[in-house]
Design a protein around this ligand. Sequence first.
Ligand code: TRP
Ligand code: ZN
Length: 500
Amino acid sequence: MRKRVLATAAVALAGVLTTVPAVAAPGQGTPGVGDPYYPDYGNGGYDVAHYDLRLKYQPADDHLEGTATITATATQDLSRFNLDFALTASEILVNSRKASFTRSGAHELEITPSQPLRRNQPITVVVKYSGTPSQVSVNGYNPWLRTPDGGVAAGEPESAWWWFPSNDHPSDKATYDVSVLVPDGTQAISNGTLQSTVSRLGWTRYNWRSAKPQTTYLATLAVGKFEIVTDTSESGLPVFSAYSRDLGADEGAAKASVGRAAEIIDWESGVFGPYPFDAIGGYVPNVPTSYALETQTRPFYSPRHFRNGANPYVVVHEQAHQWFGGDVSLKNWRNIWLNEGFARYAEWLWSEKEGEGTTAELAAYIYSLYPSGDPFWQVKPGDPGPENQFHGAVYNRGAVALQALRAEVGDQTFFTILKGWPTVHRYGNAAIEDFVAYAERVSGRSLGALFQTWLFTSGKPASAPQASNARSAAPTGKLQEPKSWKKIQREGLSEHRDSH
Ligand code: TRP
Ligand code: ZN
């Protein structure tokens, strides 16, 4: 923008103003960021820096009301822009002036500021809203899980629409302050650190802060009656975990699993590099679902995970996503393998460490489990399509792909790659192609054919990955850094700076 202003001034001084092309009418922000799987997810024209959500939730009737204050910067001239949202907005201000707005489709708010916005202009959007999230379905889908004592927002790729207006795409990360007023005796859980709680007039306010960049689908809200367990990890981070008071016979196993969050993160830090966030934890609400979600710093777990006793694997998986998903986020949803293949492989590393099967054995097991005619081999983990985004093949064939890489480059190089990757993309976004290029750079080998076979070709590959060249050298604690580590970090950083 600065450059353009100077150029215009120079032209004006030269007295040839009439030849200057008319300034384009301020554009409209597109209703999507151009994700190939979800074209209308996220919005064009601005970049969010911070969400401040000041909410009030009544568990008795699932009524949510609040004010979202979104701090952003226009990335183009804008006469109009969108937010993704499914509840009901009652008033919107842009830079302190009332804006007009209308709903477009099931999850878009179209906002017209009273004055057009200029490229690079700071924007403050205030949205006042309310709704009953459990009553709002979009295309038959609703990630708001109503519980007997409250509700939970946990869904992927969609979950924000049901509790705050946003630029709902992983490519636009922001920091968050989430302040939730709930009746005394009820708890409100979100991401990051609990800054304070304040009680008065029968209501308690929970003030949460996510000070590290966070994508919208990794933001979570849970309200209900929870038992809270807090601690400080050996590494000095605050641990905050919450267990519904309604877990019944699953309570012990839930605590025996999520209670190991800090220990598991310490082990993962040895393999994946420094933990990227400033808080640790997890929560287990009283929901009947059977999935978990890697909500940032504080994964969501269903009680079902703990029906057969302690389950460290689901904790290893969700916490591995703190590196692979939270720290390094997807450039677009086609790249889901960067999340799920790596989180599954983390489980395999845990298995190897625990003596419950090596990664090579697990890869061979998956390879032999599905005959060549099985639909499993039809899904390409590198481009599964939105309908198969969370297909077992993305996880399992995706983890076999990493085993194939390990077998190809050897343990030392493989673990250098695994640790270097989150570091070079810290708080950024990446695509599979970036990973392939990084692995080639660190290993000095051409790996295109390997990834083509395991990620981008449908059909069963001709043979399982060979056993790794140093089977027993899996990390049991802190990895030894090879001598070239510092150099790789440096080079990686300059190579990938653009994606930050
Ligand atoms: N990312 C989750 C995991 O692997 C799985 C998941 C996919 C999910 N879609 C979801 C969880 C929707 C909750 C809702 O752990
Ligand atoms: Zn996962």
